[in-house]
Structures are given as structure tokens and as C-alpha cells.
Design a protein around this ligand. Structure first.
Ligand SMILES: [Zn+2]
Length: 123
């Protein structure tokens, strides 16, 4: 099991670094919001989640495979994570936040650029 849940994973850092260089300012892991979004852009009313493909169950992703040991337990665990993610983004939406998600496997400069455009549009 190489996927370890951690607060400051490398992919998340590269998203932060690039967006910061582009001039975005944000708050990290805002506990006051549902799901503690990884980055919160108050100016743009946007909450961003950087989702690890394993823990958040990225469907059809090569980085998302149910482990061979205790597969049922993992399936239930990840299904619960997915449900919680849905609930959180629903709650954020109803509070007036725009919600963006980037999957770890999709993190590359081009996609971050696209994400930046989307964030700017959500003012
Ligand atoms: Zn993925």
C-alpha cells in the first residue's frame, strides 16, 4: 500500500505552487468549510479539492485499484469517502461556493492552467 493519506502530498503542493505563481491567493484546509477544502479562494468564491485517486475512488483510473487483501473492506471504505465527497460539495454549493476538483493523476501544468481559468470565471 503506497497510498498514504497525508495533508501535504506532493501533487497538492505542485497545484499550490503553480496557482500561487499565477497570482492566486488562498487559504489552506479551511476547517470552517464542509470537507475542509484543500485550497479556498475567497475572492473567487471557490473551494478546490485535490483528490488522491485511491482514497477518493477515481473511477476508471489506473491509480485506483482495490487492494487484494480485504477487498470488501476497502470497497466499503472508499464508497464511504466518495459519498462524503458528494455530500461536502453539495453543502458547499448550497452555501454559495463553487467547487472544483482536480484528481492527482490529472495534475500537470496544462490542467492547472485550465483550472485557473475556471476559478477566475467563478467570480
Ligand atoms: Zn486518477
Amino acid at each position: 500500500m503506497s497510498a498514504i493519506k497525508s495533508k501535504n502530498t506532493k501533487p497538492e503542493l505542485s497545484v499550490r505552487t503553480i496557482l500561487h505563481k499565477m497570482g492566486f491567493r488562498y487559504r489552506l484546509h479551511d476547517k470552517r468549510l464542509p470537507g475542509k477544502p484543500d485550497l479556498v479562494f475567497r475572492k473567487y468564491n471557490t473551494a478546490l479539492f485535490v483528490h488522491g485517486c485511491f482514497w477518493h475512488g477515481h473511477q476508471g483510473c489506473k491509480d485506483f485499484r482495490i487492494p487484494k487483501t480485504r477487498p470488501e473492506w476497502w470497497r466499503a471504505k472508499i464508497a464511504a469517502n466518495i459519498q462524503r465527497d458528494h455530500r461536502n460539495s453539495f453543502m458547499l454549493n448550497s452555501m454559495g461556493w463553487n467547487v472544483q476538483t482536480i484528481w492527482e493523476c490529472e495534475i500537470c501544468p496544462e490542467n492547472i492552467e485550465m483550472l485557473a481559468t475556471k476559478i477566475k470565471k467563478s467570480v
